[in-house]
Design a protein around this ligand. Structure first.
Ligand SMILES: Nc1ncnc2c1ncn2[C@@H]1O[C@H](COP(=O)(O)OP(=O)(O)O)[C@@H](O)[C@H]1O
Ligand SMILES: NC(=O)OP(=O)(O)O
Length: 316
């Protein structure tokens, strides 16, 4: 990667937050390790915006809310639960990264922006849930959960078990992007659009209405990166590279690739719908909108990315 200062939006995948179990202690442990990696961007003088997923957390919190609800203490709706996870994950991250930077003698404010993301109230996604949230179930557990909550939709998730899915509308605008830009200009490190941002839309009377949905964080990150004029969108996940013929004996890593090449591979169905495809689509959206660079690699290879350009690098 070139050495001059850049404006970078990093989108963190599931393994950056939840690696062992869902306790607050082990999620904070995972986040601390992630924050040590993210500090590398700041130590090299880059402006950094951190975004993150919330699929497991939003689903787990919803289950807790529903299980403990009563007439006097009702479960919160999904938009509010999304806001709660932006708050909790953001708090863990700002605490961890703040401490790491302080120890390194870097004086920077790390702060979470509870971000709303505008979506169309008539997005067709509201009629077709696709976003997996919460824990994995086996087939019997999924059937029992469905009997208890007939409105819930469960799908098989990439051979890993069954998960509840909820609507995931496409982001039109990250509402608080000017604040994120202002924080960067003032030398701060914003954590924003966590979980893709809280899905909201406007009704005829210009009232902001929270929506029962979970936005894909890669799409949210791409929209935010585009809005603030980022130089790079870096999507950190569990694999070092995007592959063609993934998991086949003849799999091939993509190092430097283009939007046109990726579109060809999408048509060949090279990327799994619930996992790699949204990342590729988000990368394409960002590169097409900005002529910037999108990178998909793993959290473990960030130093190699910064020093040697390791990862799948997507340009126009
Ligand atoms: N063509 C592909 N190349 C690389 N990884 C792929 C591909 N298709 C599917 N995957 C899977 O997608 C995963 C990333 O998606 P996911 O686990 O949903 O991401 P997140 O890190 O955001 O939680 C990878 O770890 C890998 O197992
Ligand atoms: N909101 C979101 O995309 O979360 P995950 O990446 O954790 O699924």
């Amino acid at each position: 990667m070139d050495n001059f200062m850049k404006k970078i939006v990093v989108a963190l995948g599931g393994n950056a937050i939840l690696s062992k179990d869902a306790s607050a202690e082990s999620q904070q442990e995972a986040i601390f390790k992630t924050a040590q990696v993210l500090a590398e961007f700041i130590k090299r003088g880059h402006q950094l915006v951190i975004t993150h997923g919330n699929g497991p957390q939003v689903g787990n919190l919803l289950l807790q809310q529903v299980a403990g609800s009563s007439d006097k203490n009702p479960a919160m709706p999904l938009d509010t639960i999304g806001a709660m996870t932006e708050g909790s994950i953001g708090y863990w991250m700002q605490k961890a990264l703040g401490e790491i930077l302080q120890k390194a003698g870097i004086s920077k404010t790390v702060a979470t922006v509870i971000t709303q993301t505008q979506v169309a109230a008539d997005d067709p996604a509201f009629k077709k849930p696709t976003k997996p949230i919460g824990p994995f179930y086996d087939k019997i557990e999924a059937r029992k959960a469905k009997e208890k909550n007939p409105d819930y939709v469960f799908v098989e998730d990439a051979g890993r078990g069954y998960r509840r899915v909820v609507p995931s509308p496409i982001p039109e605008k990250v509402v608080e992007y000017p604040l994120v830009a202002m924080m960067l200009e003032n030398g701060m490190v914003p954590i924003a659009a966590g979980g893709g941002g809280i899905p909201v839309s406007q009704n005829k009377n210009h009232q902001i209405i929270g929506q029962e949905a979970v936005i894909d964080k890669d799409y949210g990150a791409a929209k935010l990166a585009e809005s603030i004029g980022a130089d790079e969108l870096i999507i950190l996940t569990a694999v070092d590279y995007v592959f063609v013929n993934f998991n086949q004996p003849d799999q091939q890593k993509l190092t430097n690739t283009t939007v046109a090449e990726l579109k060809k591979y999408i048509a060949e169905k090279q990327f799994a719908a619930g996992s790699m495809l949204p990342k590729i689509n988000a990368a394409i959206e960002f590169v097409e909108a900005t002529q910037g660079k999108a990178i998909i690699t793993s959290l473990d290879r960030v130093t190699d990315l910064l020093e040697k350009g390791v990862g799948t690098i997507i340009t126009s």
